[in-house]
Design a binder for this molecule. Sequence first.
Ligand code: COA
Length: 379
Amino acid sequence: MTAKQNKVVVRGLEGIVAAETSISYVDGVNGNLYYQGYNIHDFAEKTTFAEVVQLLWTGELPNKNTTINFQSEIVSDMRLPGQVVEMLRLTPPSSHPMAVLRTAISMLSAIDPDANNISLKSNQRKAKRLLAQIPTIIADLHRIRNNAPLISPDPNFNISTNFLYMLRGTPPTKLEQKAMDRLMILHADHGLNASTFTARVITSTLGDMHSAICGAIGALKGPLHGGANQRVMEMLLDIGNLKAVKEYVAGMLENKQRIMGFGHRVYRVEDPRAKHLRVFSEKLCEGTDQQHFFEISHRIENIVKKEKGIFPNVDFYSATVQHALGIPPEYFTTIFAASRAAGWIAHIMEQYADNRLIRPTSKYLGKLGRKFTPFKNRE
Ligand SMILES: CC(C)(COP(=O)(O)OP(=O)(O)OC[C@H]1O[C@@H](n2cnc3c(N)ncnc32)[C@H](O)[C@@H]1OP(=O)(O)O)[C@@H](O)C(=O)NCCC(=O)NCCS
């Protein structure tokens, strides 16, 4: 006997509307991304990550004073509790930074006085602490693994500059500061992507914010989502020089392998974030020993567009931007997480504000009414 069902399964939930939101809108047909109604191209020049976070969290662009206060609150929350630093020291060097980040967030929840309180005030306090602590976890882990002393955040630097400063130990140049801040702005939110959906599902059970962020990090880690940026850099390093590109890409396409950093569930044209990251990739690599990585990327882009008709997504040029900023490839996805935490938190708050348990159903393909055989009678 089988179950009688008239259910239609939409694989990968493509096109299914599972939530209402006013945080961001991905216009896949025209290749536009809006944060609270503003086109991300408007943030290309003078906006800072701190402004974008406040926009995502409150719905409005902040004024100068609000931004200064918000930024200094975040920077003063950047230091990690000693227990978390100790935990980072205990992780085996072979463990992936995304796995360590996920574990560190769990550890933070164990010592956060608001951990299990899901009231609005408590969630607002946790939101700021989490946004501040994620970049420090990444920077401290990198320095611990390189036997380098830990660096305290500098109150004169903004969030993204502090991250690079704590990671590398020296203040970044103006171009590097701008590139890092744009990178974080462009990764801040993106509709109901897999990790944001995960965060909303966990929130819908009235679970706590740390759990929702841990779940989101788990979803982001996969190579079909945020984990793609690390794979892009590994591919570029493997290709090594411009002359090898054509044969390498042809081989991948022939073997039906996916080219990381290309294709998208929603965009049918170029991902608007790729446009800005391409510019920063070129600027940062120009005239340095990284120049060939930009040139290799550009050539891959042209071949894949021509052969497959698919375009680079956010992860393609973010790889060379991050590499040029001195970030090791295995840390790339953690930077995505540090930026997307802004969006995850906005969605978590939106879900709490108008919650109903997210609990879809499935089409059962198994058997029914099987005859049970007691243990002693089974051969
Ligand atoms: C992002 C992604 C998972 C979207 O997947 P999706 O919406 O389920 O699309 P599908 O897997 O159904 O792909 C549709 C077609 O495009 C092809 N395709 C999609 N992305 C491709 C890629 N990166 N390289 C080669 N072919 C790709 C698929 O093979 C498929 O072709 P087919 O119909 O001939 O079998 C997919 O594009 C991908 O795997 N990209 C690489 C990983 C990546 O960069 N992820 C970051 C996303 S921001």
